[in-house]
Unconditional design. Structure first.
Ligand code: DX5
Ligand code: ZN
Length: 229
């Protein structure tokens, strides 16, 4: 995974057809997505339940781009190896889900994945200065985690601008997760984000039998974001 800061669209399969993940993944990739965002939820850290390591391993053969696994679970350290073995290219843990974030990020890298750190809307960037050398990606939540289709939280724009300044020219992605649409994508691209997760805005109106809608949605979000750069 060579680093570049070009805009990447990462559809979240939380908004996909739960009876057809293989076909849905193939559809979004053939329709031009850059990454595939997999939302793992444990019903404890967030009030929803989704994919264990076996499910993620079943997705893996269908993912030809980057499998970006977002762990909304606590505790998190004991599951890192299992999701890495399931084939995750990027494993993102929540700062709020670990007492020792430096060790958690070390464990992700030791497991062979790129290390992501997610911050919930209420979490500031005051405690991450000494983690910058351990992180390959920051995931800034622009909704409270647990569900797709929620409203974008605009206060996070300022957080991204400050984070972008803090990162400087380090090879660290800024990923935005939640409520990304053609309206909000340019706000975050202008603030310095490069990876845009979108669930409902990509999957709405399409299906495995009508994947060109996914392509139109992905293209519209990408053009809206690139239009401000
Ligand atoms: C929320 C997840 C997001 C969500 C995005 O907890 O982390 O990835 O699926 O869905 P939309 O784009 O519909 O907000
Ligand atoms: Zn997510």
């Amino acid at each position: 995974m060579a680093f570049n800061r070009s805009i990447k669209i990462a559809p979240s399969i939380l908004s996909a057809d739960f009876a057809n993940f293989g076909q849905e993944i193939q559809a979004i990739e053939s329709e031009g997505c850059d990454w595939v965002h997999v939302d793992v939820m444990d019903g404890h850290f967030v009030p929803n339940l989704t994919f264990g390591p076996p499910a993620v391993a079943a997705f893996r053969p269908h993912v030809k781009t980057v499998m970006d696994v977002h762990l909304m679970i606590a505790p998190v350290d004991q599951y890192i190896d299992a999701y890495a073995q399931a084939g995750a290219d990027v494993i993102t843990a929540h700062l709020e889900a670990t007492t020792h974030p430096h060790r958690t990020l070390q464990a992700i890298r030791n497991a062979g994945a790129k290390a992501g750190l997610a911050l919930n809307p209420g979490t500031g960037i005051g405690d991450i200065e000494y983690l910058l050398d351990m992180v390959d990606l920051f995931c800034i939540m622009t909704v409270n985690p647990g569900f797709g289709g929620q409203k974008f939280i605009h206060s996070q724009i300022d957080k991204v601008k400050k984070l972008r300044a803090m990162i400087g020219d380090r090879p660290i992605h800024i990923e935005i997760d939640g409520g990304i649409t053609t309206e909000t994508a340019p706000l975050m691209a202008a603030a310095g984000a490069d990876v845009l997760v979108a669930g409902s805005a990509v999957f709405k109106g399409g299906s495995v039998d009508n994947p060109s809608v996914y392509g139109r949605n992905i293209k519209a979000i990408r053009e809206a974001a690139e239009g401000v750069l």
